[in-house]
Design a protein around this ligand. Structure first.
Ligand SMILES: NC(=O)c1ccc[n+]([C@@H]2O[C@H](COP(=O)([O-])OP(=O)(O)OC[C@H]3O[C@@H](n4cnc5c(N)ncnc54)[C@H](O)[C@@H]3O)[C@@H](O)[C@H]2O)c1
Ligand SMILES: O=c1ccn([C@@H]2O[C@H](COP(=O)(O)OP(=O)(O)O[C@H]3O[C@H](CO)[C@H](O)[C@H](O)[C@H]3O)[C@@H](O)[C@H]2O)c(=O)[nH]1
Length: 324
């Protein structure tokens, strides 16, 4: 089994690479290092390249015989996507089309795609399952939904087998503490809390405390990166016996408010997280919590990290001593 991991030098992708290598799967990483880190994949085979360069992709597929592709590449900042929609559609949609065409030319017929809770837009129910309408409210979410549609069409036209995994909030890091989340600028809550705890960043800005949630701050569903990696491996197995394009929501099914997260992180770091209340951030829905019953039933997926303190603790191991 040989797997191409596009975007494997990024936060989630690097945890996937470690998971595949641990399972003895031959792995090649393709990444332009726009937001990723070469150090995060150690001595795994690495090709620096860009999905927007069709020639590089053709060369890659001519040099290797891949059984499947995992595709983590994206621009993924919601606010930036509103400001720069062309850049988002170009990288996330046109880049993915280049990849799909190269796969087709090389007769590679299986893809696991990183989708997102942002395909749903404003939540219409407490728990979001796969029957929830997909009405994205920003270009980032729209770009991911477009790719899901392309995958549905590709299944019908070319027989491509695919699984779109819609992560809610990816969180935590390898418990070994040697790979983790490192973005610049960092926009995600857990790294920003832990950098404030470390003194690496000023106090955490809490974006709005007037949402219609119990304490007024936004509620999210945090799911550990190693559990996401496990779901990808299960998706590979699933495609061996299932044709077509499939989508699964991945979360723990438990919501935590920003204030609850600050409290939990303070307990893990054994010091209070300095914070201040700031204006709302554009595009943040009140509450996003997954129903992952379909992934449990059809993929046999069972997250191992269900305690928010354990999830934050793995991130804290990284943030105390980040390597990149
Ligand atoms: N982090 C989350 O909470 C979250 C939630 C839902 C979905 N996702 C999705 O999961 C995926 C991974 O997210 P992440 O947080 O690890 O992001 P990341 O930015 O850390 O990783 C993305 C990787 O893709 C690479 N890349 C981007 N465009 C590329 C291109 N054109 N060619 C080659 N390489 C390219 C980057 O250099 C980076 O290494 C993304 O598709 C993202 O939209 C993330
Ligand atoms: O410094 C910060 C950072 C975040 N937040 C708040 O913390 C919550 C979580 O924010 P994150 O930025 O960590 O995560 P998001 O829920 O905005 O985004 C995640 O889910 C999205 C789907 O809605 C996308 O998929 C995106 O890629 C993924 O990171 C939000 O209410 C946000 O307003 C703060 O208060 N202060």
């Amino acid at each position: 089994m040989k797997v191409l991991v596009c975007g494997g030098a990024g936060y989630i992708g690097s945890h996937m690479v470690r998971h595949l290598v641990g399972d003895g799967v031959s792995t090649v990483v393709f990444d332009n290092l726009s937001t990723g880190h070469r150090e995060s994949v150690g001595d795994t085979a690495f090709v620096r390249g860009d999905l927007l360069d069709a020639t590089q992709l053709r060369d890659l597929f001519s040099q290797h015989r891949f059984d499947a592709v995992m595709h983590f590449c994206a621009r993924s900042l919601v606010g930036e996507s509103v400001q720069q929609p062309y850049a988002y559609y170009e990288n996330n949609v046109a880049g993915t089309l280049n990849l799909l065409q190269a796969m087709r030319d090389a007769s590679v017929g299986k893809l696991v795609f990183s989708s997102t809770a942002a395909v749903f837009g404003h939540p219409e129910s407490e728990l979001i399952d796969e029957s929830h309408p997909t009405r994205p409210i920003n270009p980032y979410g729209a770009s991911k939904r477009m790719v899901e549609t392309i995958l549905e069409d590709a299944a019908r036209a070319y027989g491509l087998r695919s699984v779109a995994l819609r992560y809610f909030n990816a969180a935590g890091a390898s418990p070994q503490g040697d790979i983790g989340e490192s973005h610049s600028p960092e926009t995600h809550l857990i790294p920003n809390m832990l950098r404030a705890a470390n003194g690496d960043a000023p106090s955490l800005k809490v974006f709005g405390n007037d949402y219609s949630t119990p304490d007024g701050t936004c509620v999210r569903d945090y799911v550990h990166v190693d559990d996401l990696a496990d779901a990808h491996s299960r998706a590979l197995d699933f495609m061996a016996s299932n044709e077509g394009a499939h989508a699964f929501n991945l979360g723990n099914g438990a919501g935590f408010s920003v204030m609850q997260m600050i409290h939990a992180a303070g307990e893990v770091a054994k010091q209070p997280i300095p914070f201040e209340i700031a204006p709302r951030r554009a595009g943040d829905p009140d509450r996003l919590v997954a129903s992952s019953g379909k992934a449990r039933r059809e993929l046999g997926w069972q997250p191992r990290y269900t305690d928010i303190a354990d999830i934050i603790d793995t991130a804290w191991r990284w943030h105390r001593n980040p390597r990149y």
